[in-house]
Write a protein that binds this ligand. Structure first.
Ligand code: GDP
Ligand code: K
Ligand code: MG
Length: 277
């Protein structure tokens, strides 16, 4: 099939639906996918002879299993394997949006980033270096102003190019040594599992450390999965005794990493305390 599936993912209010409408025009309907109750909108777009199926995923702040909208978004990505994930971020609220991006990249699927609301950021006196951002995350980044329908064709061109090149997933973030050691231990057990795993090994290991119910449930039904769960429980106890709650450490380290990236790509063009908007 020559049709490419693009999934739109991002925080609530980052402009996902606006981009979806810009991309699809009137060619859309509500799709219902087996296994989930939340409906996702889908539509079609064409660009230079290529056809795209575009899916608007629920807006989410993370990809944890305990939140229904987050679980729907991540299950679609894992089970339906869209050709390209379009991660829309709000340039005027980039640091918080990147926290989601980081979790998206950990799913090890091809991602391109749409830096939307650059007009709002500029009005707030913030300039984002999109080139540097792309270099740091190792994914293509494109600037858009959704409300003005600017950058829409470039998004399709970039997605088509990424699919053509079979773009590798972007960079995944390295955690502190104790966490990485635990990931490696758990991954070691996962590497021994003969059946093809639906999720990336590193991601499963991380999710076990975060005490993710879906990851645990998935592994429980796979031959050899119990050993990984057991190892994760041991690692969790050890980490908890040495350095604190692993899930909390992981979240803190993600926040620190995102703050570091934000510091490298964002510049103040003026003092926005003088702004009245
Ligand atoms: P969603 O929650 O991610 O689907 O976000 P929406 O597409 O509903 O957009 C939220 C609001 O931001 C709407 O009022 C849009 O018109 C507005 N919006 C979207 N993109 C832009 C943009 O690039 N610049 C500005 N100024 N507003 C935008
Ligand atoms: K808004
Ligand atoms: Mg929306």
């Amino acid at each position: 099939n020559l049709q490419l599936t693009l999934a739109l993912a991002g925080n609530p209010n980052c402009g996902k639906t606006t981009l979806f409408n810009n991309l699809t025009g009137a060619k859309q309907h509500v799709g219902n996918y087996p296994g989930v109750t939340v409906e996702k909108r889908e539509g079609f777009a064409k660009y230079q002879g290529k056809e795209f199926l575009i899916v608007d995923l629920p807006g989410a702040y993370g990809l944890m299993a305990h939140a229904a909208d987050e679980l729907v978004a991540r299950q679609f990505i894992v089970h339906n394997k869209p050709d390209i994930i379009i991660n829309i971020v709000d340039a005027s609220n980039l640091e918080r949006n990147l926290y989601f991006s980081l979790q998206l990249l950990e799913l090890e699927r091809p991602v391109v980033m749409v830096l939307n609301m650059v007009d709002v950021a500029e009005n707030n006196g913030i300039q984002i270096d999109d080139k540097r951002l792309g270099e740091l995350l190792r994914i293509p980044v494109i600037r858009t102003i959704g409300r003005q329908n600017r950058g829409t064709e470039e998004v399709l061109a970039m997605a088509a190019a990424a699919a053509d090149e079979r773009a590798a997933p972007g960079s995944t973030f390295r955690y502190s040594e104790p966490i990485e050691n635990a990931i490696n231990k758990i991954s070691g057990h996962l590497a021994g599992i003969k059946t093809g795993l639906r999720f990336p090994r590193r991601w499963l290991a991380l999710k076990l450390l975060e005490d993710d119910p879906e990851a645990r449930e998935y592994l429980r039904h796979i031959a050899g999965g119990d050993e990984a769960i057991l190892t994760a429980a041991v690692c969790n106890r050890e980490l908890d005794g040495q350095s604190g709650d692993p899930a909390l450490m992981i979240a803190e380290q993600r926040h620190r990493f995102v703050a570091g990236i934000y510091g490298q790509v964002a510049a103040k063009t003026r003092d926005n305390t003088l702004s009245t908007s």
